[in-house]
Design a protein around this ligand. Structure first.
Ligand code: ATP
Ligand code: MG
Length: 393
């Protein structure tokens, strides 16, 4: 008798002919997480679930915890398996009762009969197992309406699986099932959340960070690397490009209207990110912008930002209030990093009175005063790339 981990996958079940492809990608991601854990594991795909079995060195609780950060998994159950035979099931319930019911005063049983040929029907399985619990555990009662513990007895194709309920998985779609996207990641709260939301839908994320040395330093870059690591914990690996925009900022500050500074810089970021995206096979840009949050995110300003590139720009935070973004940021483990106090490259030359209703025409007019293409090429040529692996690896 051994602990096993059962992963239920959600939306993939609804896929038609493509389903196999999604399952393979999910299994690939699960295997890559398991490979880094002590012990040896086997993975089986059966009846819309993945079953993980481990050898003696495997820490199944740890494995189950790691699986909660795999996109495509909706619930993670840890439990015991036994032969598909009523006597073995009852014995297993008794032997593991102390663990399943630790201190609980009420319970109920739920039987799921995946194998319809099993000679006992669900109410009989519940009756027999419930009786075994009452005999084995002192001071416990059945409460069908509001039980502290629900004991699930699943009669599956190859075995019986007994557990006390699952933890919530990350949901979404398996990483890599929906192409690649280039995230513009700053050290702030919004962009890591935007990256997470896109990654959740199966998009493999690459990231680019724009820095302004010597105004922004090593600590600011390390903060962005830590944020990229939060994303990589869900997706496996993030390739983070760092690009200096110091020369660009100086050129804008020297030649262009101060009130348009932030937007002019943002348009440079978009152009550079787009070229990088094309180079590495990403088909969209992702930013953390939300309508009206700051002067550079008014409707007019966002349209001017968009206009600098022809690649689609995804902004998953567009309709979220700051508070809602913060809730997600905390949940995914990014908030405490995002709020560390390091300098932001956009803050270096921030105008006192930015223009709230800029037009594309006036931005283009300002851009004639500097050599945009050359500045873009030079910034891109000096980029550095770092491979960031997640904590799940
Ligand atoms: P964030 O919290 O993500 O920094 P923000 O509310 O501070 O967002 P801005 O500073 O206006 O907003 O930036 C808007 C978006 O532009 C960011 O969400 C991010 O996608 C991108 N961006 C801003 N600064 C940088 C940077 N230094 N490097 C890469 N991308 C950036
Ligand atoms: Mg910012």
């Amino acid at each position: 008798m051994k602990y096993i981990v059962v992963l239920k996958y959600g939306e993939i079940v609804l896929k038609g002919l493509n389903r196999g492809r999604f399952e393979l990608l999910l299994m690939k991601r699960v295997r890559s997480v398991l490979k880094k854990l002590p012990g040896k594991y086997e993975l089986h795909n059966s009846q819309s679930t993945l079953i993980i079995r481990g050898d003696g060195d495997a820490d199944m609780r740890n494995a189950a915890e790691k699986m909660q950060k795999v996109f495509g998994v909706v619930s993670v159950c840890i439990g015991v398996e036994c032969e598909k035979d009523m006597e073995a099931v009852t014995r297993t319930v008794r032997e593991n009762a102390a663990e399943f019911f630790a201190g609980a005063k009420t319970f109920k049983c739920v039987a799921k009969r995946g194998d319809k040929a099993f000679p006992f029907i669900s109410p009989q399985i519940c009756d027999i197992c419930g009786g075994a619990v009452l005999e084995t555990v002192g001071n416990i009662k059945v409460d069908v309406n509001n039980p502290e513990v629900i004991l699930y007895i699943e009669i599956r194709d190859g075995c019986a699986f007994i557990h006390a309920g699952g933890a919530k998985g990350a949901g979404g779609m398996p990483t890599g099932s929906n192409g690649r996207g280039m995230l513009l990641i700053s050290g702030g709260i919004d962009s890591p959340v935007a990256g997470y939301m896109t990654a959740k839908r199966g998009v493999q994320i690459d990231a680019v960070y724009f820095e302004t040395p010597p105004y922004t330093g090593e600590a600011a870059r390390e903060k962005v690397e830590s944020l990229a690591r939060v994303l990589a914990t869900y997706t496996g690996t993030v390739y983070l490009s760092c690009i200096s925009v110091t020369e660009i900022q100086h050129a804008i500050a020297e030649k262009c209207s101060e009130r348009l500074f932030t937007l002019l810089l943002r348009r440079f970021m978009m152009r550079i990110a787009e070229k990088l995206a094309v180079n590495v096979g990403c088909s969209a840009l992702i930013t953390g912008e939300s309508i009206g949050q700051v002067a550079s995110q008014t409707m007019e300003a966002l349209c001017c930002t968009d206009n600098a590139v022809s690649m689609p720009v995804f902004r998953p935070c567009i309709g979220l209030d700051k508070e809602e973004i913060v809730t997600i940021s905390r949940r995914i483990g990014a908030f405490d990093i995002s709020t560390l106090p390091y300098e932001d490259c956009c803050a270096v030359f921030t105008p006192k009175h930015p223009k709230l209703t800029p037009t594309i025409a006036e931005l283009e007019e300002e851009e004639k005063k500097i050599n945009v293409d050359e500045l873009v090429e030079r910034a891109l040529a000096a980029r550095t790339v770092k491979r960031i692996d997640g904590n799940n690896e």
